[in-house]
Design a binder for this molecule. Structure first.
Ligand code: AMP
Length: 125
C-alpha cells in the first residue's frame, strides 16, 4: 500500500524496527549515518537497500531536514556499497520511490541498489 510521503514519521515502520534491532536483516554495511541490507524480495542478483539512520519518511523529508553530515554520510554509504559489490564497472541502478506515484511502501527513506545483470529499460511500461 503506497504511503503518504508528507506524513509525520511513524517509528513503528519496518525499517525503524530493523534499525532498533527488533527485526533482523542481512546487513552488508553500517556506519554512523547509514545501514545497508539485502532486500527481502530481491529483484536483481544484487538488490540492497540503503537507509539513513535518522528518522526521515522520504527523499523529500531527508533533503529538506537532514544535516549536511547526514546527507554526505548517506550518499557516501551508497557509493561504498556499490564499490564493495564490484558494481561500478558493469554498472548498476539506484532507485528511490517517493510517495503514492512513486509506489513507496515503507515510510522510512530507502534507496534501492540493483545490479549483477543488465537491468533493461529505466521504467516498466
Ligand atoms: P518501496 O516500494 O520502495 O517502499 O520498497 C520497499 C522494499 O522493502 C521492497 O523491495 C521490499 O521487498 C523491502 N522489504 C520489506 N520488508 C523488508 C525486510 N524486513 N527486510 C528487507 N527488505 C524488506
Amino acid at each position: 500500500m503506497p504511503i503518504d510521503a508528507t506524513a509525520a514519521y511513524d517509528d513503528s515502520n519496518i525499517f525503524a524496527r530493523i534499525l532498533r534491532g527488533e527485526i533482523s536483516a542481512k546487513a552488508v554495511y553500517e556506519d554512523d549515518f547509514a545501514l545497508a541490507f539485502h532486500d527481502i524480495a530481491p529483484r536483481a542478483p544484487v538488490h540492497v537497500l540503503v537507509i539513513p539512520k535518522g528518522a526521515y519518511v522520504s527523499w523529500d523529508d531527508f533533503s529538506a531536514r537532514a544535516g549536511d553530515a547526514e546527507i554526505a554520510g548517506f550518499i557516501r554509504a551508497i557509493g561504498h556499497v556499490a564499490r564493495v559489490h564490484r558494481l561500478v564497472e558493469p554498472g548498476y541502478r539506484l532507485l528511490a520511490n517517493i510517495g503514492p506515484d512513486g509506489g513507496q511502501e515503507v515510510p522510512h527513506l530507502h534507496v534501492h541498489l540493483f545490479g549483477g545483470r543488465p537491468l533493461g529499460p529505466m521504467l516498466a511500461e
